[in-house]
Design a protein around this ligand. Structure first.
Ligand SMILES: Nc1ncnc2c1ncn2[C@@H]1O[C@H](COP(=O)(O)OP(=O)(O)OP(=O)(O)O)[C@@H](O)[C@H]1O
Ligand SMILES: [Mg+2]
Length: 467
């Protein structure tokens, strides 16, 4: 299954969101580590201060006579260092806590959700103690202990992280809007490129792109215009060449037909006539043999007439296109003697068409009907010829030729293009039209040609074709 297509703007938008998410995760991790590091440093510093104060108290009780012996007195140092969530204590050599002072957590620092508290605890072991020895002279007298309350530390980290999340969310939303708007603006010309490509694909080779501000799109536009220009020129040259080839081919066929008719046809008639005549006059015994020669000659004459008809269609200029096609269909009905029923449906007026154009239409219909007769094994073949008038003043009228049979057709007949279809397609393309073959019905094939009627042929044109 093909992957769903994502709009470029949306794809980049998703990438920006993913990148911002990563940045947020990195920043949040940094904040958490930094909070833990500074909490630990603070606990170390407080333990240090408490240890020094306790050492001082030891000194005072030792050196100053009459000094009150209230060791350890944590209240003395507490006034200067106590903060919410902080605990200080004095632990004797035996490990027993002799005095401890704690202040409760600040109300702001108690609202962290459980998942965050668990994560923080797993990562940093919150609430760990910092201890510093209390020494007087060379002797150690227990140790000063400081710790920051676990809940208070987690609450503080949560507060910092959620503040960061809010700032990141606002920044991300702003960034996304900016990126989306900038991309939409930068990619607006791609719509013009797409429309141009669609026009080209639909056969409109006059499609050109306007200049673009972006260097990359401007380069694409230049290449597009160059390509469309050279395609237009090449196709125009090819069309002119094909038209010329078709004219030459038709002239050659006419010439061949004339030669066959005038030379070969006359000779066959002469052979048949003179053989009979000579036998009757000089050798009556050969009359039967000569009659057989005359029959063979008549048969050859029939075959020659068929070939002449294929080489040179009835002069559509004289008979008219409609009558010529009716004759073609009648000929196939006679040849297939009921196996296949050929019919013709005409709609519109074809008398005003130029001779060359009408001859081309005849050739297209002729090849399509011949193909249906040769390949389709159909019981019915219908030829439809219609004139579609121009829809507007700057539009051209079109001729539509449909040859529709109910025979056997391959799913894609174009895979076996022979000379007939190739010639038909070239002829139609040279006239600026299009050819399609439809095999979507359960049986048979519909061949469809749509050809624009050329503007009235000028005398110069007629002369060129006639030459
Ligand atoms: N009406 C049709 N029904 C079924 N198959 C068709 C029909 N028209 C064309 N075809 C298929 O398309 C192929 C190509 O046709 P095309 O006219 O180009 O060549 P051809 O008829 O075989 O030979 P040529 O026209 O050169 O004498 C045919 O061989 C045939 O298989
Ligand atoms: Mg053919």
């Amino acid at each position: 299954m093909p992957a769903p297509k994502l709009d470029l703007k949306f794809r980049l938008f998703l990438r920006v969101v993913a990148l911002a998410g990563l940045c947020f995760a990195a920043a949040a991790a940094y904040v958490l580590f930094e909070t833990d590091r500074s909490a630990r440093a603070r606990a170390d510093w407080i333990a240090e201060v408490v240890a020094k104060d306790l050492a001082l108290q030891q000194g005072q009780s030792h050196w100053i006579k009459g000094a009150p012996n209230q060791f350890p007195d944590l209240q003395r140092v507490a006034a200067a260092i106590m903060a919410p969530g902080l605990c200080i204590a004095y632990r004797a050599q035996s490990g027993e806590i002799l005095q401890r002072l704690c202040s409760g957590a600040a109300p702001d620092d108690t609202g962290a959700p459980q998942f965050f508290a668990d994560l923080y605890q797993r990562l940093f072991d919150a609430g760990r103690e910092s201890a510093r020895p209390v020494s007087f002279g060379k002797e150690a007298h227990g140790e000063a202990v400081a710790s920051i309350d676990r809940q208070s530390l987690i609450g503080q980290s949560w507060r910092e992280t959620s503040r960061l999340a809010v700032i990141m969310a606002v920044a991300l939303a702003g960034l996304c809007v900016l990126v989306y708007a900038a991309l939409a603006d930068a990619l607006r010309p791609t719509r013009a490129i797409r429309a141009g490509l669609e026009r080209l694909a639909a056969g409109d080779l006059s499609a050109r792109l306007p200049p673009f501000d972006l260097a990359e799109l401007s380069a694409v536009g230049n290449v597009f215009n160059h390509l469309a220009g050279s395609l237009e020129t090449t196709l125009a040259e090819r069309q002119a060449l094909t038209q010329r080839l078709i004219v030459v081919q038709d002239e050659e066929r006419q010439h061949l037909a004339r030669e066959l008719h005038d030379e070969f046809g006359q000779a066959i008639c002469a052979v048949a006539a003179s053989a009979g005549q000579t036998a009757r006059q000089e050798c009556p015994a050969l009359i039967a043999e000569c009659q057989s020669i005359a029959r063979t000659a008549a048969h050859m004459m029939d075959a020659l007439r068929g070939a002449l008809l294929r080489l040179r269609p009835p002069d559509v200029d004289e008979l008219g296109l409609a009558a010529s096609l009716e004759g073609l269909v009648a000929g196939w009905n006679a040849r297939c003697s009921g196996r296949t029923q050929f019919s013709i449906e005409l709609s519109g007026e074809f008398d005003a068409l130029s001779r060359d154009f009408a001859a081309s239409l005849y050739r297209v219909a002729q090849e399509a009907i011949t193909n249906a007769a040769k390949h389709a094994q159909a019981s019915r073949v219908t030829l439809r010829l219609g004139m579609q008038e121009a829809a507007g003043p700057d539009q051209r009228a079109h001729i539509e030729i449909d040859v529709d049979d109910d025979g056997k057709a391959a799913a894609d007949p174009t895979v076996r293009f022979g000379m007939g279809l190739l010639g038909m397609r070239e002829r139609i393309t040279a006239l600026g039209g299009g050819l399609s073959m439809d095999t979507s019905r359960p049986r048979g094939l519909v061949l469809r040609a749509r050809i624009p009627v050329p503007p009235a042929a000028t005398p110069a044109c007629e002369t060129r074709y006639a030459a």
